[in-house]
Design a binder for this molecule. Structure first.
Ligand code: ADP
Ligand code: ZN
Length: 518
């Protein structure tokens, strides 16, 4: 750093403008690196304190720090917050008139601003001031948006590489909460900052208990879960707008103070929900993933995923909205086979199919894991835990393995007898001797294995089928109506009596008596 002079100013500046006495984690070293005009890549979980890493240097640099941000909707709030702290900041985006935009350009030219937030697609409008005598630093927030590997790819981010070319001596600081290794490399390559110093904070949020349950009578499970936590604020993420509304209504009818939130609601209604939630006037919000970005509520005690998220980045970011105060929090994910199939369909139509399907597969592996879930989650972000976490459902209640050879043989021989032309649901119905219309009309009750598994519940059969698929003992043909097919391994079980180990389904200990469900 330019002498100790700047260094001496760090803590007083932190105190004066942000009101904090000390830096958190790697903030100080990141800030020093930026002030030394080095490029940086900062990976820090949501709530880790990324903003100060570029806001504080901005105050100490001569010119303006350009902040590239994808969320126009949040820019105003961010800038208002900075102005309230006495920091000269503004934003520049397509919501403004040409006159307003010109005013901002003039302010930059007159060195009256310290921070300028801009949407990537509005950068061309700043052409005249994209010069090194005006711009002292470029911060790229939500940098994962640049990568098609990222879960939130935005084409407008892909042209940002020009910034380094146009401002070769200006430090670039790229920040994100979610980046696996491939995305990280992509960020560095595309921004032309391969020499950047990388600062990767631990992603481990030890205070969040992680739990996955089968999606059986979800609404009832959720009601019991919440009734055990009558004072605790939480978020329930759903896949569709409609399901946020339906679930909110069900919870309301059970006396739980709930609102729905999704992008289809009007601006005012959304703001109202956010505000009521922030001020503890609402206990629960049933939301799509649109909810939470930029919400700074530190006492969210739990997050439930009603539906399976499409990848682990999203999942991790969403559970990270709980327990930001560092106190105990709980993340509950419902694992549903139907959701996986639905998400596969979305991925197939996404134009980025291969990547999306690979990510979904990792999400599914996490949900179906029989070893410490936090280990799996963190390893996805490139972090290796030496020990099991002790704070996930698998650690707390390790699965018990049973000899599942006969169970496997029953399933596999049913698949064989149906000429590999039916899906999981029909196979289970046959095993359980179901009498529904499909079975009777198609005379599937004539199949030799019909009814041989009536001693085992439907969900348990499903649990066993999923394990057979995960062990490669049979497979799903996604392009043939999700029918189950035999594999080479199935034959060993069927004809060579090869032993199969399966875990027993976990019994959820939620007492019904405690909270009757209407
Ligand atoms: P991120 O952008 O990484 O999600 P923020 O920059 O929004 O995180 O910071 C999260 C919260 O932590 C904010 O409320 C912020 O004011 C607070 N914070 C950041 N740095 C510090 C610090 N050094 N000491 C105390 N609180 C901090
Ligand atoms: Zn664990």
């Amino acid at each position: 750093m330019a002498g100790t002079q700047l260094q001496d100013q760090l803590i007083p500046t932190l105190k004066k403008y942000f009101g904090y006495d000390s830096f958190r984690g790697q903030q100080q070293v990141i800030i020093e690196t930026v002030l030394n005009k080095n490029n940086c890549l900062v990976i820090m979980p949501t709530g880790g304190g990324k903003s100060i890493c570029f806001q504080l240097p901005a105050l100490l640099f001569k010119g303006v720090t350009l902040v590239i941000s994808p969320l126009i909707a949040l820019m105003k709030d961010q800038v208002d917050g900075l102005n309230a702290n006495g920091i000269k900041a503004a934003y520049f985006n397509s919501s403004q008139t040409p006159e307003e935009q010109q005013l901002i350009i003039d302010q930059v030219a007159d060195a009256k601003l310290k921070l300028l937030y801009v949407a990537p697609e509005s950068l061309p409008g700043l052409e005249n001031i994209l010069k090194e005598n005006y711009i002292s630093c470029v911060a790229i927030d939500e940098a994962h948006c640049i990568s098609s590997w990222g879960h939130d790819f935005r084409p407008s981010y892909q042209q940002l590489g020009f910034l380094k070319k146009q401002l070769p001596n200006t430090p670039v600081i790229a920040l994100t909460a979610t980046a696996d290794k491939a995305t990280r490399q992509d960020i560095l390559d595309q921004l032309n900052i391969s020499n950047a110093h990388s600062f990767i904070s631990s992603f481990d949020r030890k205070n969040i208990e992680i739990e996955v349950r089968p999606a059986d009578k979800r609404a009832q499970q959720i009601i019991r879960f919440i009734k055990k936590r009558p004072q605790e604020a939480g978020i329930i993420y759903c896949l569709s707008r409609k399901s946020t509304e339906q679930l909110a209504e069900t919870l309301q009818n059970n006396g739980i103070n709930t609102r729905a939130y999704h992008a289809g609601l009007g601006f005012e209604e959304r703001s109202k929900v956010q505000e009521d939630y922030l001020f503890d006037k609402v206990q629960v919000v049933c939301a799509t993933v649109a909810f939470g970005m930029g919400i700074d509520k530190s006492n969210v005690r739990w997050v439930i995923h009603y539906n399976m998220p499409k990848n682990l980045e999203g999942y991790y970011q969403e559970i990270g909205r709980s327990g930001r105060d560092g106190l105990k929090a709980h993340a509950l994910l419902f694992h549903s086979y139907a959701d996986v199939l639905q998400l596969r369909k979305f991925a197939e139509g996404s134009g980025n199919e291969e990547v999306q399907l690979a990510k979904l597969e990792r999400m599914k592996q996490f949900s179906e894991a029989t070893s410490c879930r936090r280990k799996i989650l963190l390893s996805y972000f490139g972090e290796l835990l030496a020990e099991n976490c002790g704070n996930c459902d698998v650690c707390k209640n390790p699965p018990k393995f049973i000899d599942g050879t006969i169970i496997a043989q029953k399933i596999l021989s049913t698949i064989a007898r149906l000429n590999e032309s039916e899906g999981v649901g029909t196979i289970i119905d046959i095993l359980r001797g179901a009498q529904n219309a499909t079975i009777l009309e198609r005379q599937l009750n004539q199949v030799k294995t019909y009814g041989i598994g009536s001693d085992i519940g439907w969900r348990d059969w499903q649990h066993y089928c999923i394990q057979l698929i995960n062990q490669g003992l049979c497979e799903i043909a996604f392009h043939e109506n999700n029918t189950l097919k035999l594999t080479d391994l199935s034959k060993k079980v069927l004809f060579e009596n090869q032993q199969v180990w399966l875990t027993k389904p976990v019994i959820i200990k939620e007492s019904v008596k405690e909270a009757p469900v209407k």
